[in-house]
Ligand binder design. Structure first.
Ligand SMILES: Cc1cc2nc3c(=O)[nH]c(=O)nc-3n(C[C@H](O)[C@H](O)[C@H](O)COP(=O)(O)O)c2cc1C
Length: 353
């Protein structure tokens, strides 16, 4: 039904307008009595065997919604009814910002892909906090970044502001230094600035958790709020080895692999000339390769959330088998529809993964 009827209609219109339209539609429909139960019965798979305990948190299933879809935490409750085990909000920045000029979101239909150069458009972290105060029961990841106008030298304080504001309202944090759409942001993935940034946040984490008793080693993946690092798929093997080192020295809880790519290899669609980050099918293999590399070279030392080009059950299984403990969807959710979430959960059950 989604791919045959709904998608062709939606794909007729401008992608960003469709995003906001779908948003309001889901919100409106969810308010009609009975519809929440209908969504749940259509898309949720409730089974104890799907539950996962990762970095000290209990996930009802391993399939999450990736960052960028519900940047402002406006729809996480309704979206969770589509069968997701967790929802990642953000990227949020301290101050609200418009993002890049429109048009900034492009479909590449022949490639089952999207290019976006949204540029962290969001209403600011404080507005999102107000919405999150109403949360009851959805497991939320808080993805944080820096404002466009904040120079990299001062980036740490932007991340700290977001961290502090969200601390009581999210279950885990994601430090996003891998978006290609904020100028120079990805330079923060270099070993020195990244170690400094993560150490600062971990120190804050310990202070927030317990000012006296907890040491850094006790924080590791368990006691305080799990902090994850989201990385780009364009890092070299050497840089990935650095990431493994950094995770170990800063004792953060894990890694999200991967964000969108700046590569344009093998694309067919005319929109391939657009600037921005590429997501969807063309990213599937590279992101799985990054997951496998991190998992093998670190000897499974930390959990990985696998994301990038999951458009089928097979794509999801490959990521889990490559070493991901959890997975996330974005572009696959747009192209394949919510039935994909259920199909993946059912396959995970069947394969006993
Ligand atoms: C329109 C759009 C906006 C995105 N915004 C963010 C963002 O704000 N923060 C972030 O960490 N990732 C963002 N992403 C990246 C996704 O979370 C995901 O890492 C990436 O798209 C790869 O997964 P996919 O192929 O399933 O889409 C965005 C992706 C898209 C398509």
């Amino acid at each position: 039904m989604y791919k045959l009827i709904i998608r062709p209609i939606l794909f007729w219109f401008d992608p960003e307008k469709v995003h906001y339209f779908t948003f309001s539609l889901i919100r409106t429909v969810s308010k009609i009595p009975g519809f929440t139960s209908i969504f749940k019965s259509l898309y949720e798979v409730n089974d104890k065997r799907l539950e996962r305990e990762v970095f000290g948190l209990k996930f009802k299933n391993p399939v999450g919604l990736a960052a960028g879809f519900d940047k402002d935490a406006k729809l996480y409750k309704e979206l969770s009814n589509f069968g997701f085990g967790f929802i990642e909000i953000g990227t949020l920045t301290p101050k609200g910002q418009e993002g890049n000029p429109k048009k900034r979101l492009f479909r590449l239909q022949e490639d089952s892909a999207i290019i976006n150069r949204m540029g962290f458009n969001n209403g600011g972290v404080l507005e999102a906090v107000e919405r999150l105060k109403k949360n009851s029961g959805v497991l939320i990841g808080g993805n944080i970044g820096k404002n466009k106008l904040t120079p990299n030298e001062n980036a740490t304080s932007d991340y700290e502001i977001c961290f502090d504001a969200l601390y009581d309202y999210v279950d885990y944090f994601v430090v996003n230094v891998s978006s290609p759409n904020t100028p120079n942001l990805r330079e923060l993935q270099e070993k020195e600035p990244l170690t400094q940034l993560l150490n600062t946040l971990q120190t804050k984490n310990i202070q927030r958790y317990n000012t006296e008793l907890v040491t850094l080693s006790e924080v590791e993946g368990r006691s305080a709020k799990p902090i994850l690092l989201k990385i780009a798929p364009d890092l070299t093997n050497e840089q990935l080895l650095d990431i493994i080192d950094i995770v170990k020295t800063t004792k953060i809880a894990g890694v999200i692999a991967t964000n969108t790519t700046i590569s344009r290899e093998g694309l067919q669609s005319v929109n391939k000339i657009e600037m921005g980050g590429l997501s969807g099918k063309p990213l599937t293999n590279r992101s799985t390769e990054v997951i496998r590399f991190l998992s093998e070279k670190s000897n499974k030392a930390f959990p990985i959330i696998g994301v990038g080009g999951i458009h089928s059950v097979q794509d999801a299984i490959e990521k889990l088998e490559a070493g991901a403990s959890l997975i996330q969807l974005y572009t696959g959710f747009i192209y394949e529809g919510p039935a994909l979430v259920k199909a993946i959960n059912k396959a995970v059950l069947k394969k006993s993964l």
